[in-house]
Structures are given as C-alpha cells and as structure tokens.
Design a protein around this ligand. Structure first.
Ligand code: S3P
Length: 434
C-alpha cells in the first residue's frame, strides 16, 4: 500500500537557470531488462530508470527466474535465452505499468508455463483486448476479465503461429507484445500500423543482434531468433525533459540545459510543435547510443503563439499532451488539440484530468470529444491552490510545473504517483529554482 501524499509546489518567481541530467528513458529501460533477460549471455544496462514502472518490470523478470544484479542505475542481467525463463510461483505484479503488462503478455504467451499478470486499480481499467485479441489469433491461450478485455490476464503459454496483423491503433505496446511473441514463433510475423508509434523495441532488437524489417508502417520479422547480450546505455527520457522545457517556457528569462536526452524521432513531436509556436530550442552535442539518437537540449524562454496539434503527429507526442496544454495557456491565441482520443485510456483519462485540474487552478481550457481547446493569455497568472494528480504521474508533474505561473502554491494530491517515471523530479525542480 502506497501512502497518499500531498505535495506543495511553489514557483520561485525567479528565472530558471542551470544544467540538469534527466532520468533514464522509461520505454528503453523496460525493454533493456526484457531483452537482457531473453538474450544469451550478460547484458549490462547503464542509466536504468529507477522509477516504479521499470522496477515492476525488473521484479517480474526476477520472478520469471532471471538473475539481475543492481548497483544504483547500473544493472547486470544474466540472460539465458527464452528457455531460461521459468514458471513464476506467484502473480506477476505490474503495478501501474501498461508497458510491463502488455509487453509481458506477448512474451509469456509463447512460453510453456502458466502465468498471471495483475496490477493496480488504474491498470485494471485500461484496455487489454487490444493485446489479447491478436495474441489469440496467433493461437495463444490467454484470458482477461470482462470477455478478455481487462486485467488480470492469465496465460497458459504454448507454441504460436505467425500472423499478418493490422493494428487498429498506433500502439508501441501492442506492436512490441506481438514482436516478443513473433520472436519465439516459427515463420514470418507481419505487423502493419495505422500510424508510426515509438520504435524503441525495433532498435533494441537490432542492438541485441536480432532482425526486423520496417518499410513505412509495415514490420516483418522471421522467428525464432537468437539474441546475444550486449551493453546498453539508456538516454535521458524526453518525456521527463518535457516538464523542464515547459518550466523554462513559462518563466521569463530562463535558460536551461538538459544533458543527454533521447531524441528518437517517434518521440519528439513536441519539438516540432514548439518550433511552430516560436520556442527557442537548440539540439546540440548529437550522438547515438545503441541505435538511439541522443543530444543536449538548450532551452530559452520565448514568447509563444498558439498552434493546431493533430493527425499523424499525435502518437509522437501523446505523453506530452498534458504539459503541452499547460504551455499553450501561455501562448498568444487559441490552441486546438485533436485526434487524441487515445489519451482517454492512459493512466487516467488524460483529456478529462488535464482539463479539469488546469481549470481548477485558473486556466481557460475546454474539453472536446478527441482533445481540448486552450485559450492562451500570456502573462496572466493562475490562482493556484489544491489540485489532484488522480494517481497519474504526468498530471502530477504538469500541475507542479503550473506553480511557476500561479499566485498561490499548487498543492498536488496523490503526488507520490510522480515516482512512476521521475523519482527525482521534485529535487531537480528545486535545484533550478534556487
Ligand atoms: C509506451 C508506449 C505508449 C506510451 C507509453 C509508453 C511504450 O503507449 O504512451 O507511455 O513504452 O511502449 P502506446 O502503446 O499506447 O502507444
């Protein structure tokens, strides 16, 4: 049982200045542990995100018999291939993590033992049919609540057959689950996405010596594949950096440098939007770690204008929409976000929680069927006061950053949720406010 914590966030009233190292990328950290476990030989991971979501994946892999040594954000994984995984003697607890439950559903469907995946209240409300159905098409024996739609998910693993599947939603979690099943299945698995979702699984698979062919929105892999352990360096999480980018954009005269942030183009749609809005963002010191682009982000405060956000860009900034909504309150004009219905099935209904909580502290914002409309008033401050993360880490951090333009402190209820992806958030915000 996690204690419910109210945390008070107070804008310093001063420009934000300094250099920060962002915590490891959440998506890449999950995948590093999973691939390290299914590869043969030793994998080391440097910069692993010690957030609750990734720790859930780590504990699940241990419960499946994988030996993982930890020393701070450094992991050593003793992979013994798919065959090295063994039946867990308890329910696998995924906590709040959609990535853990969906990716492991795919992995476990092809392994010859019984397993059950369950998590917290929020995870049991999120749609699992999107991963259960295509796995059933591959011949998997797995079940979920309410007609195979929700967790807990129970799985009796068995030999699968390949499919040619068109994903109904652009979801990296579903795509990755099917890749993890396809890697263990004899023959060619073909996956076609309706839009490009993040491609960390494909990049990581190649880093471990595996093969997947991608042409446009079509992915093809031939199984079974033999993967070899490697050394993974996890870049900083762009989605975490987004909160500091926003803090600088809301605070006149700010100048921040964010070091070694992952810049995978399937994740950085927010930069495209910010450039349209007139933000000053420079990407410097570019490099590549395990096939993932990385750079430092330099951000200066600038006057912004409103933008229209929708279409194919949405999957590339889906996790940044709450913080983009906050940024838009400071832009001249009306910002419209559309085509973002997927937000309704995240950790919370993020259209609803973003609009309700921002309105409560003083923003001029409306909910729509598939997004929101934000009326920007540059320089106009929020009243601040109580607000609720609703147990959603990204809503909690967005509200904390909103304190930069609030008269009274913003008191975030259920602020403990922030540790899901960014345990050092509060300390690092305080560091640049000094
Ligand atoms: C993630 C994929 C995205 C994203 C989530 C992490 C991943 O979800 O919103 O925070 O690590 O694969 P979808 O699978 O719905 O795209």
């Amino acid at each position: 049982m996690i204690d419910v914590t109210d945390l008070e966030f107070k804008g310093s009233g001063k420009p934000l200045n300094g250099e920060l190292k962002m915590p490891g990328d959440k998506s890449i950290s999950h995948r590093a542990v999973i691939f390290g476990a299914i590869a043969h030989g030793v994998t080391t991971v440097e910069g692993f995100l010690r957030g609750n979501d990734c720790i859930s994946t780590l504990q699940c892999m241990r419960a499946l018999g994988v030996q993982i040594d930890e020393s701070g954000d450094h992991l050593t994984i003793n992979g013994q291939g798919f065959d090295g995984l063994s039946e867990p003697n308890r329910v696998l607890d995924v906590g709040n993590s959609g990535t853990t439950i969906r990716l492991l559903s795919g992995l476990l469907s092809a392994l010859p033992f019984y397993s059950v995946l369950a998590g917290d209240v929020s995870i049991h409300r999120r749609p699992m049919g999107r991963v259960i159905r295509p796995l059933m098409e591959m011949g998997a024996d797995l079940w979920g609540r309410s007609g195979d739609s929700y967790a807990p998910i129970s799985i009796k693993g068995r030999k699968l057959h390949p499919i040619d599947y068109h994903l109904p939603v652009a979801s990296a979690q579903v795509k990755s689950a099917l890749i993890l099943a396809g890697l263990q299945t004899e023959g060619k698995t073909t996956l076609t996405e309706p839009g490009a979702s993040r491609d960390h699984t494909e990049r990581m698979l190649r880093a471990f010596g595996g093969t997947i062919r991608t042409e446009g929105l079509v992915h093809e892999l031939v199984g079974p594949q033999y993967l070899t352990g490697t050394d993974i360096r996890v870049p900083g999480d762009f989605s975490s950096a987004a909160f500091f980018i926003a803090a600088a954009l809301l605070t006149p005269d700010s100048h921040l440098v964010l070091r070694s942030v992952g810049m995978n183009p399937t994740r950085t749609g927010m930069i495209v939007v910010l450039e349209k809005m007139g933000a000053k963002v420079s990407l410097v010191n570019k490099k590549e770690w395990n096939g993932e682009p990385v750079c430092d982000i330099v951000i200066d405060h600038a006057q912004l204008r409103a933008a229209e956000i929708g279409g194919a860009l949405i999957p590339q900034l889906i996790d940044e929409i709450p913080i983009l909504a906050l940024i838009a309150t400071e832009a001249e004009g009306t910002t419209v976000i559309r085509d973002a219905s997927e937000l309704k099935v995240k950790e919370t209904n993020r259209i609803r929680t973003t609009v309700d909580e921002l309105k409560r502290i003083g923003a001029d914002i409306e909910e729509t069927e598939d997004g929101m409309i934000i009326h920007g008033h540059p320089g106009r401050r929020f009243s601040g006061g109580p607000a609720d993360s609703s147990g959603d880490h990204r809503i909690g951090m967005m509200l904390a950053v909103a304190s930069q333009k609030s008269d009274a402190p913003v008191v975030v209820r259920q602020a403990e949720a922030i540790a899901v992806s960014f345990p050092t958030f509060r300390d690092q915000l305080a560091q640049i406010q000094r």
